[in-house]
Design a binder for this molecule. Structure first.
Ligand code: GLC
Length: 440
């Protein structure tokens, strides 16, 4: 494997996708700024240009709502395509910023992780200056997550759209969507088999085969959920009133638990106070994660917010408590056993977003089977912190090899490593660079 070439390719992708103060996920497929994408990108950019990495994170705060929410998309000021902005119409919420248009939902909270990773590259005084600079924004976001998204103080935060999980078409969410949110007009389109008519309005299926993306029916269902949220002006009380489906997502909550640990680290470094209620909520979350464990199947699952039923569909989320870092060493060892089972999560190019033995597994389609570099990176980090160094090194090597062979694609077939989705994808480049360069 030519590591110098791989590093040069990763740097070239990040440079090509750089829009000055932020990086787009992929040239023309994703022309705006996405929340967790920019956090992952910043983690790679710190090896190229630390000031630019800081700016990547700070530009996210320009889209921050006055209630603390970080939106999952901040629309590019110079991009002419107005249709997507209209779908979201963020101005309908009194909390949205005046001078930026954004979406009305969030994405997994990786921002504290990005802040700390940048901090680790800085000498002590500069690190503290950096932490102080972003402290209020990151704190406001975590406070918002508990206030808006944990209304019953259960310790688990809820999500209101599959996009909030970042794993857009993951099976547990798709199952809920089909069960609870199937409007009559979509049923008619389905019955009359008219869905192909929608190919032309989708940016993704004009560029890549639909077998690698979500179906048109699923895309319409997503769009319908956005319309409902917009009509309620993204106000959580209104959304929860007669809501169709709301989920405490396992990936989101695992990432949030880790983010809280990083937030505490930042606070300690600058002598800032974590408000008492936040401190209590953080401890509550660590305990609450155990409520997502099912003793019969020996697995963690996402949970229905209203019924508290665990959602049985299998996905990579089951491994994410390794990244949360708060489960016991024994439990972590059990998850590592599942991860390295070649009939489940350990094919030639791991880690599949759905295990191979699940009826939902599809090696080509989006979050229904393909391997993604960002979820691999989260698992590698979790493995290292639990002391599973050989497994972490092995997964890092397999990840880097997959990208070196196929290129910086959005996702990869776990069976043969073929690159799928968008080429020249920013987080693939950034996190591969991080795996090549980083000691932590
Ligand atoms: C896709 C991914 C999501 C990502 C976005 C931009 O929608 O599922 O996680 O943030 O693309 O790259």
């Amino acid at each position: 494997m030519d590591l110098d070439k791989l590093e040069a390719d990763c740097r070239a992708v990040l440079t090509a996708n750089d829009r000055g103060d932020h990086t787009v996920p992929a040239g023309d497929l994703y022309p705006h700024q996405w929340l967790w994408d920019s956090c992952f990108t910043a983690i790679g950019l710190r090896h190229m240009d630390i000031e630019r990495a800081k700016q990547e994170v700070c530009s996210l705060f320009e889209g921050q709502w006055s209630n603390g929410m970080l939106p999952h998309i901040v629309f590019n000021k110079h991009h002419t395509d107005a249709a997507e902005r209209r779908v979201w119409s963020s101005h309908l919420s009194p909390y949205s910023p005046d001078h930026r248009t954004t979406s009305g939902i969030t994405q997994p909270p990786v921002v504290a992780e990005a802040v700390v990773r940048i901090g680790k590259m800085l000498p002590l005084t500069e690190r503290r200056t950096w932490y102080k600079h972003v402290w209020e924004n990151v704190l406001a976001y975590h406070l918002w997550l508990y206030k808006d998204r944990d209304p019953h103080h259960e310790g688990l935060v809820l999500q209101i759209h599959p996009y909030e999980t970042g794993l857009d078409s993951t099976p547990p969410w798709m199952a809920q969507l089909h069960e609870h949110n199937h409007p009559w007009w979509i049923s008619i389109i389905e019955t009359l088999k008219l869905e192909n008519a929608f190919n032309f309005i989708r940016r993704d299926t004009r560029r890549m085969p639909i077998v690698t993306r979500m179906s048109n029916i699923d895309a319409l269902l997503y769009w319908d959920v956005i319309n409902r949220l917009r009509r309620k002006h993204y106000e959580i009380e209104r959304i929860l009133h007669r809501s169709l489906f709301v989920i405490e997502d396992l990936t989101f909550n695992s990432i949030f638990i880790r983010a809280n640990t990083q937030l505490q680290h930042i606070a300690q470094a600058i002598g800032a106070e974590i408000p008492e209620e936040l401190h209590t909520a953080i401890l509550n979350s660590r305990r609450a994660l155990e409520k997502l464990w099912d003793e019969d199947t020996h697995s963690y699952y996402s949970r229905d917010f209203v019924t508290h039923k665990l959602l049985p569909e299998q996905s990579i989320a089951a491994l994410m408590p390794l990244y949360a870092g708060t489960v016991s060493k024994e439990r972590a060892a059990e998850l590592v056993g599942q991860l390295t089972d070649k009939h489940r999560f350990w094919p030639e190019f791991p880690v599949p977003s759905v295990p191979l033995d699940s009826p939902d597994f599809n090696s080509l389609r989006y979050w229904e089977g393909p391997s993604w570099v960002n979820t691999n990176w989260l698992l590698i980090d979790g493995l290292r912190r639990y002391g599973f160094i050989d497994e972490a090194d092995d997964l890092a090597l397999k990840t880097v090899t997959m990208v070196a062979q196929a290129g910086c694609y959005e996702y990869f077939s776990p069976l043969d490593g073929q690159g799928l989705g968008a080429p020249d994808f920013s987080w693939t480049a950034a996190l591969t660079l991080d795996l090549l360069k980083s000691k932590d």
